[in-house]
Every structure is written in C-alpha cells, then in structure tokens.
Design a protein around this ligand. Structure first.
Ligand SMILES: Nc1ncnc2c1ncn2[C@@H]1O[C@H](COP(=O)(O)OP(=O)(O)OP(=O)(O)O)[C@@H](O)[C@H]1O
Length: 237
C-alpha cells in the first residue's frame, strides 16, 4: 500500500509537486498520467526512495520513504524510463549481476523463471546488445522483480516498443496485480489509459487534476468528442 501525504518537490523555480496526496491500495494498478514535465517521474523517484520530498511524506507499506530508505527499497521494484543493462553481457549474466546488486541469493533456476515470465526464456544465453527494444524492456522488468517486491513502479515501460512486447508487459502487469502486487505505471498510451488501470490520476500544475476510473474520466471529459480528443482534454484542462 502507498500513502502519499502532502508531498512537495521543487527544482529551482519549478514545482512539479505541490502538496500532492494519494492512497493506492494493495493489488491496484494505478495509471500515473500527465503531460511531459508534469512530475510523474519525480513522484516515482520519491516513492522509490531515490529522491526526497521537500515536505510531506510518502509512506510505503506504512514506512516513511525518507527515514526508512533501505526497508522501503526492499519492497519496491523500480523500472526506470531509461533502459539500464550491460549490453555486452548475456541475459543470464545481467540477471546474476542484478541479483548480486540486490544482495539476493537467487538460484539460476529462479532467475530463469523470472525471464520466462516475461517470455525471454529463449534469449537466456543471448547477448543483450542483440535483443530488440521490447526484449530489453522486459529484461529490465524481470530484473526489477528479483527481490520479490510488493510494489512495482514502472516509468513508461512500453514506450517505443513492438506491439507484442507491449501486450506481454500489459498482461504481466495484470497478473502481478492479481497476485497482490501494487503497481504504479506511467504512460501516454491511449489504449493503456482506457484498459490497463484500476484507476488513473492526472498530474497537472503540481497536483492531481483528476483521480478515478477511465470510465469516470470518459463521463467527465468525453461528451461528443473522439477518444483522442477527450483524453487530450483530460491531460490538459
Ligand atoms: N533533477 C532535476 N533538476 C531540475 N529540474 C528537474 C529535475 N528533475 C525533473 N525536473 C523538472 O521537473 C519537472 C517534472 O519532471 P518529470 O521528469 O518528473 O516529469 P514527467 O511528468 O515524468 O515528464 P515526462 O512525461 O516527459 O517523462 C520538469 O519541469 C523537469 O524539467
């Protein structure tokens, strides 16, 4: 469970987060939306205990992300926007390095199982530099799951990848939520906005301008306009 209580973050003259509050339940898939620069990655990095709020508190499973950084990181899996892998090593070698970094004594079998959960079993011995963009994303997701986190934070995990990988990632996200993991996921993808999330939240001018289901958003912003148009309005108004 995630409880964000009046979190503020300022960078110079910019204030992407102004006393933002939100509760996300266990097993929920929450779509974090907003225009470029709205503060989505800033909020994810605070939840991941990578950066600190200037004021307010983010509680992760009841723990203060600022004061109990190490314990918070143990229950968070973070998939960053930028793919971060050792290109000259194999999938297997990458998974072993990630498990060592996470200080987890994972068996080769369990690491391979995580890769097969993201349909990468055939690439186990393949060099990362030979993988497609979608495969690299899936490997980053498998790596984020090594320490069996309760919460998965995913920053645009499907941007710029092939349709098959995207659908596989979407299915995995729903499966992980069904198993009880809490997922916060940023996207600009219209289909994901409509179908993937239990709730969506739109960050605008430092706070949530909308929190609710996609259907509720459509009722509020839809009317006679096309889907593209009302989602544009949802993000911009
Ligand atoms: N380390 C930093 N130093 C200074 N400004 C920053 C820093 N990180 C983010 N910002 C600024 O804070 C604002 C929010 O950025 P953030 O990356 O959180 O937005 P975003 O919603 O994730 O955008 P995108 O959809 O483009 O990824 C932007 O104006 C950005 O330029």
């Amino acid at each position: 469970m995630i409880n964000i209580d009046k979190v503020t973050k300022t960078y110079g003259k910019k204030q992407p987060l102004k006393e933002v509050s939100l509760t996300i339940s266990k097993g929920e898939v929450f779509g974090l939306l907003g225009r470029n620069g709205a503060g989505k990655s800033t909020l994810l990095s605070i939840l991941a205990a990578i950066s600190k709020p200037d004021s307010g508190t983010a509680y992760i499973n009841g723990m203060d992300s600022r004061k109990q950084k190490r314990k918070v990181r143990e229950c968070i899996g973070y998939v960053p926007q930028e793919i971060a892998l050792w290109e000259q090593n194999t999938v297997k070698e990458n998974m072993i390095v990630f498990s060592k970094l996470a200080k987890i004594k994972a068996s080769e079998e369990s690491l391979k199982k995580l890769c097969s959960d993201v349909q990468l079993e055939d690439q186990w011995e393949e060099k990362v530099s030979r993988l497609s963009g979608g495969m690299k994303r899936k490997l980053n997701i498998a790596a984020a799951l090594i320490h069996q986190p309760d919460i998965l934070l995913m920053d645009e995990p499907t941007v710029g990848i092939d349709l098959q990988s995207k659908l596989e990632i979407n299915r995995l996200v729903r499966k992980l939520a069904d198993e009880g993991k809490t997922i916060v996921y940023t996207t600009h993808d219209l289909n994901e906005i409509m179908t993937l999330f239990n709730r969506i939240g739109v960050l605008k001018d430092g706070d949530f301008s909308f929190i609710g289901t996609a259907n509720e958003a459509e009722e509020e912003y839809g009317g006679n306009t096309s889907r593209d148009e009302w989602i544009y309005n949802l993000l911009n108004r």
